[in-house]
Design a binder for this molecule. Structure first.
Ligand code: KG4
Ligand code: ZN
Length: 355
C-alpha cells in the first residue's frame, strides 16, 4: 500500500469526518487533522430523555433522518463543494451497530460515488485526537485519560497511530457512573452535565464516598462500587436525599475526579512524560478540568484539555484521527463491516499497519 505523499507546500488535506456511533449524528470538515473548517452535531437527547437512556432502535432511525442534512450542513458551513474533499473518515466502532451502520454506509457511498479514498476510524482513537483540534495542541508523546460513557482508560501516545493502553475500567465507565447516579437521583439522561452543575453548588465534604483507587500503582479503574455506595446512601436516607442532592452530587464527583486525576498524573510520572491530555465526554466536567489544571501545574506537568465542543461525540475528532490513516495509505474496503465492542484494541495499530 503506497502512502499518500503530500509535500507541505501543497494544499492541505481536507477530510470529511462522519460519526454516528451512539446518539449524536455528526459531520465535520477538517484540514490536515488540525484545523476545523466546520463541525455539525445533531443531538438526539430529546428523543431518548423520556426513557432515561439511549434506545438503540430510536437512535438508528434518528441517524437515518439526520445524516444527509448534517453532512450537507457541514459542507455548507465549510463553504466547500464535494470536489474540495480529499478523503472521508468515518467511525467504524465501537458503538451501537444499527447506529454505526448508518454513518458507515453513508460514508462508503459518499466516497465511492466520488472516487474518494475513505477509512474507518476507531471511536476511542477519535476521542484521543480531539485535543489536536485545540489551539494549544500538545506535541507527542503524552499520557491521555479517555473518560466517556462507554470507556475509561489511560493511554500512552507516542505519535499518531501509536498507542499503548496502560489501564482501563474493570466495570463501569466514568460517564456511565454519572448517568446512573443521575438516574438514581431522578435527574434524567444524560446525567454528566446535570451532576456537574449540581456538584458545583454542593458541599463535597459533607457526604464522603469511597475512592476506588484499586491498586494505587496500577492504572485500572472501577466505578461500580462507587455507584453502589451512592445507591446505598439514597436507600438509607429516603427522607433527606432529595434535599441533599447537591451534596450527594458533590461527594460523588469529588470521588470520581480524585481517582481520575490521581491515575493520570501517576501514569505521567511513571512514564516520565511532561504532558497529559483529557479526552471523552467526561472531559467536559468542570470539576475535573479545574482539578487537573491545578494539580498538573503543581507537579510541573502541562495539561491539555480539548475545547468543550470536542469533548463529547463529534466528527471533527474522527476526521483528525482518520487524516493520519489516510496519509499512511490506509483505505477502507466496501466489504468492511462495523464492530460493536472494543475488540480491536488501539495498541494493535503500529505506524505502518492498517486495520
Ligand atoms: O464521549 P461521549 O459523548 O460518548 C461516548 O463515547 O460514550 O461521552 C458521553 C458521556 C456521558 O456518560 C455523559 O454523562 C458524560 O459523557 N458527560 C459528563 C459531562 N458531560 C458529559 N460527565 C461528567 N461531567 C460532564 N460535564
Ligand atoms: Zn464518544
Amino acid at each position: 500500500m503506497l502512502p499518500v505523499i503530500r509535500p507541505a507546500e501543497l494544499a492541505p488535506m481536507i477530510v470529511l469526518g462522519i460519526e454516528s456511533s451512539c446518539d449524536e449524528t455528526a459531520a465535520a470538515v477538517v484540514a490536515d487533522g488540525r484545523e476545523v473548517r466546520s463541525s455539525v452535531v445533531a443531538s438526539q437527547t430529546a428523543v431518548h430523555h423520556p426513557y432515561g437512556g439511549v434506545v438503540p432502535e430510536l437512535a438508528s432511525r434518528a441517524h437515518i433522518e439526520a445524516i444527509g442534512p448534517v453532512v450537507e450542513q457541514a459542507m455548507a458551513d465549510a463553504g466547500l463543494s464535494p470536489e474540495a474533499i480529499d478523503g472521508v473518515a468515518v467511525t467504524r466502532g465501537p458503538g451501537l451497530v444499527g447506529c454505526l451502520l448508518v454513518g458507515f454506509c453513508f460514508a462508503k457511498a459518499w466516497a465511492y460515488g466520488r472516487g474518494l479514498p475513505w477509512v474507518g476510524v476507531d471511536h476511542l482513537e477519535g476521542h484521543l485526537h480531539a485535543v489536536m483540534l485545540a489551539a494549544d495542541a500538545p506535541p507527542f508523546p503524552f499520557v491521555a485519560l479517555l473518560a466517556s460513557g462507554g470507556h475509561t482508560g489511560v493511554y500512552y501516545m507516542e505519535g499518531p497511530r501509536r498507542y499503548t493502553l496502560l489501564g482501563q475500567t474493570r466495570d463501569d465507565a466514568a460517564g456511565e457512573a454519572y448517568d446512573k447516579v443521575a438516574k438514581m437521583l431522578g435527574l434524567g439522561y444524560p446525567g454528566g452535565a446535570v451532576i456537574d452543575d449540581l456538584a458545583g453548588r454542593g458541599d463535597a465534604e459533607r457526604i464522603v464516598f469511597t475512592r476506588p483507587y484499586l491498586d494505587k500503582t496500577q492504572f485500572d479503574f472501577s466505578f461500580s462500587g462507587l455507584k453502589t455506595a451512592v445507591h446505598r446512601y439514597i436507600q438509607t436516607h429516603p427522607d433527606t436525599y432529595r434535599t441533599d442532592q447537591a451534596d450527594i452530587a458533590a461527594g460523588f464527583q469529588a470521588a470520581v475526579v480524585d481517582v481520575l486525576v490521581h491515575k493520570l498524573l501517576h501514569a505521567a510520572a511513571v512514564h516520565n512524560c511532561p504532558r497529559v491530555v483529557l479526552a471523552g465526554g467526561v472531559a467536559a466536567n468542570g470539576g475535573l478540568r479545574a482539578r487537573l489544571t491545578a494539580e498538573a501545574a503543581a507537579a510541573g506537568i502541562a495539561a491539555h484539555i480539548p475545547p468543550l465542543a470536542f469533548c463529547g461525540d463529534n466528527a471533527a475528532m474522527i476526521a483528525a484521527a482518520g487524516y493520519h490513516h489516510l496519509q499512511a495509505g490506509c483505505r477502507g474496503a466496501l466489504t468492511d463491516d462495523v464492530y460493536s465492542r472494543n475488540t480491536r484494541p488501539l495498541p494493535a495499530a503500529g505506524p505502518t499497519d492498517c486495520r
